[in-house]
Design a protein around this ligand. Structure first.
Ligand code: HEC
Length: 142
């Protein structure tokens, strides 16, 4: 009987999980395959930049933190083609802009304060914007 109850408990966990996966409520953004590839490349740069920042933080190398953070800042989005900017919904652009500005601020503070725990808390805040945007949008090709 106990085993059966455990089995039901396990099954109900799986059921809830399957339910969550089936209900994908993210908004589709339709882009050309080149534009989609550009956005995903930028995302890859975010991830690899975060890896480098964590590594630099663990060594308290605040100059490296600042230089990687700066590369993920507003200057990164200036290379984006105008056509792609227009194809992105305003809400997406706002969240993207917010992440780039946060990296600018992280770079400035890393240089001015050199305080790794301050940088860490800024990173946690920034990552929460990555997480929100991923919960809202997905990108499909036209
Ligand atoms: C403005 C919205 C937005 C923000 C902000 C954002 N992302 Fe994304 N990201 C997306 C979308 C949309 C996708 C594509 C998801 C899909 O189509 O399933 C994506 C995909 C990715 C991918 C997968 C790339 C691939 O090659 O498939 C990674 C990694 C990623 N994001 C990392 C990050 C990190 C790290 C941050 C924060 C520093 C971040 N993203 C911020 C919207 C965003």
């Amino acid at each position: 009987m106990r085993k059966l109850m455990i089995l039901f408990a396990v099954l109900s966990v799986f059921n809830t999980k399957a339910g969550v996966e089936a209900a994908d409520t993210r908004t589709d953004i339709r882009l050309s395959s080149q534009h989609r590839a550009l956005v995903l490349t930028e995302m890859g740069q975010f991830l690899s930049g975060l890896q480098q920042i964590s590594d630099a933080l663990s060594r308290e190398d605040m100059d490296a933190v600042a230089s990687v953070a700066r590369s993920l800042g507003s200057s990164m989005s200036q290379h984006m083609p105008a056509g792609l900017k227009q194809a992105l919904p305003q809400g997406f652009r706002k969240l993207g802009h917010s992440v780039h500005s946060s990296f600018d601020q992280i770079a400035l503070d890393a240089e001015a304060l050199g305080d790794s725990s301050h940088t860490l808390s800024q990173l946690a805040e920034t990552l929460s914007v990555c997480v929100s945007c991923h919960g809202i949008y997905q990108i499909r090709t036209e």
